[in-house]
Ligand binder design. Sequence first.
Ligand code: FES
Ligand SMILES: [Fe+2]
Length: 329
Amino acid sequence: MNRLHHWHPVALPREVRQQPYPFRLDGHEFVLFRTERGLFGAMPRACAHRRADLALGKVRGEELICGYHGWGFQPTGEIRSPGNPSLTQRADCLEVSERHGALWVRAKNAQTAFPQLDFEGFSPIGVFHHRVAAPLQLVLDNFVEVEHTSFVHALLGYAAADLASVEVAMSTGEDWVRVINQGPQRKLPLPLRSALGIGATDTFVDDWTTYFSPVYSVYDHYWLSPEGARRENTLRTVVFFNPIDEQNCELWSFAGASSRLLEKPLFHYGLRGLLRLSLELEIRLDRRQVESLADKDTSMRGMKLGRFDKVMWETRTRVASIYGLPEGG
Ligand code: FES
Ligand SMILES: [Fe+2]
């Protein structure tokens, strides 16, 4: 299947205003636009007529007008040309959907289901995207393994001294891979710990499932008291891994927290800001690490792997068979 047949988040609604918004996905260039009535359209960035750059065009009424010969494109792909009134050509537009605070696209008439984003009972923390100058495969390898959290991350994850005692349980299905890690919570700044209701000797559970149509992981972070009771608060982050081209990936993170404190107006903005900053910090730290590997062979051949790495093989084979990217070894 063509990778563009899967839904991918590509822009925040506020990023698409009067000007056409160019974006890249799976090696192709596209442009998104918003008509005056508020409909969104997406199509190849090269004009269907003679390939002028539609990002330099203008929205007038319900059409995106190309700056070269004035052909007008509607979100449905219909074309109106002032100089060719009987024109019957259509542009190859994408389907656009606004959901969960983002704009998503997929190939027109594709039959794929919309990915699962279940935030019922969660207060939103935010939607953010980060470009990583490394292939999707390497970025995903990082996001499905917990060993690096002791050395790369500042907050989320396990202390290096506790890593040997972290239990890792993997389960797989035809189109999903789940990993549950459990181990002692590392030291956290007191404001964060008390905001999340975490005790100093709690167990931190890092539980995620990866899906492959498109490629995304749903992360639940929660805590167990020393008696084994689950604490009230959970952080949920859903991360999409968009292939921009062979050498670049874009991470789209949708984050929420179930916390009574978030419902209290006094705490809402402060805590939401703190959680958002913490997540973005970790993503930036991961990005720095992964980009430093970007010029290396992505193949698993010859790697000497440990117990945390088993999941890489499972995710890579499903990325190849379901999503259509080479598994890289
Ligand atoms: S190239 Fe766009 S209208 Fe001619
Ligand atoms: Fe990480």
